[in-house]
Design a protein around this ligand. Sequence first.
Ligand code: AHM
Ligand code: MG
Length: 315
Amino acid sequence: MTTLSNWLAAQSVDAKLASVMTTMAAASAEIAAVLRQSAISGQTGLAGHTNVQGEDQKALDVISNDIVLNHIRQNPEISILVSEELDEPVHIENQGTYLVATDPLDGSSNLDVNVTVGTIFSILDARKGLLQPGSAQLGAGYAAYGPATSFVITFGPSAAVFTLNDDGVFVLTTEKLAVPKASAEYAINTARERLWDDATKGYVAENVAGETGPAGKRYNMRWIGSMVADVHRILMRGGIFLYPLDSENAAKGGRLRLLYEGNPMAMLVAAAGGASTTGQQSVLDVVPTDIHQRVPVVLGSADEVARVVAWYAQA
Ligand code: AHM
Ligand code: MG
């Protein structure tokens, strides 16, 4: 059995950088424990509401953010936290080299129905500022809170999966993720079809056409509505995830956030041999202008991403 700490000690990365993964693993294990009990403990309410005992209820988004922040404060190597839940970055008074950008609880609209949600994070060099492209990430990962809690991480060259055991220890369960180059599964919110651009419409229409269409094979569609769950499936067995620019989200630049959703997922997919695009460029090449910037995100199996890129090139 290889534990996360054994595995980290064997990697050729700075021990300080490895400690950031340990911190995020500890935060994820604590969030997993809270989520498992949330229906019983009455913590599923909205922030600002009170429970039957008259106590303030904090939405799990806020609770998860607090858990991540508490863990980060205990690691002197981390000096900045950027979070989806916080308008401004938190600067911690230490000499820490690292910045963590996180969505502490992604897919939280799925919480009430006990569907997989997750914590996504990106690690950057804090000395290089807040607005770095994804290609500058030193590491990235997510925890997926499903039937098991998976912790999926990369330092760049490869991506590994750990699973939380009954003793609260993350155990290595997949050493080197490999996203199949070819796939016949796609994930997109098809209720937004009328809002899509021509490239997205064209690509999806080819898939729907199946074996007699130009793609020449029968496709399946899966959309969980939790990016972590959809991307986890793609990392494990292939496929493509699309949240494109559409006529409704265009004014905001897209739906998903670049620093703590698009970038870490794009880094993981790249480490596993897949690809990402905004339609115009790799997600990892987008230079942010705002910490909460949104971006179109298409990622997964390389052949499918290439088809989407080809559609954008001709559109
Ligand atoms: P969130 O960070 O507010 O949870 O939003 C991000 C989520 C993703 O997990 C998911 O892929 C997407 O929003 C789902 O969007 P939609 O509601 O259009 O299906
Ligand atoms: Mg999110």
